[in-house]
Design a binder for this molecule. Structure first.
Ligand code: 5GP
Ligand code: ZN
Length: 118
């Protein structure tokens, strides 16, 4: 269900189509699209249609939505043939490296990913 939109938000504009993107998956709760600066052969962003700033802003009432985003990422990973594995990341806040203030799950795969991240 669509419940929120921030006029000045980049990912809200991508969700509503004002800013073009390459769609990967979409349903009533989320939209997934190719990252403009991919860090792996598969780099998809899964975002809620609802404007939520970050994981830190999530309420208990967002639990179903948060689970749905991870399920969608797993569906995309299966569709992309990432059977060897992949990584789902939620950068949160400035120390977490978040640059766009609309919650998003990075789905990264298609190569071996190192740990720990930078
Ligand atoms: P963050 O740094 O907030 O975790 O991730 C933001 C991501 O959004 C980055 O990986 C960046 O490449 C991506 N990004 C930023 N602007 C755009 C855009 O206009 N279109 C798309 N498709 N991705 C974007
Ligand atoms: Zn937004």
């Amino acid at each position: 269900m669509y419940t929120g939109h921030a006029m000045s938000c980049l990912f809200c504009k991508i969700v509503d189509g004002t800013i073009p993107s390459t769609p990967v998956y979409q349903d009533e709760l989320c939209y997934a699209f190719a990252d403009i600066n991919p860090q792996a052969p598969v780099h998809v962003l899964v975002v809620p249609r609802e404007h939520i700033v970050s994981m830190d802003e999530c309420k208990q009432s967002n639990c179903n939505l948060m689970g749905h985003l991870l399920w969608a990422a797993a569906e995309i990973a299966r569709a992309k043939g990432l059977g060897k594995g992949y990584r789902a990341v939620l950068n949160t806040g400035s120390d977490g490296g978040q640059s766009v203030e609309h919650l998003h799950v990075h789905l990264l795969g298609g190569r071996a990913l190192s740990w720990p991240p930078g």
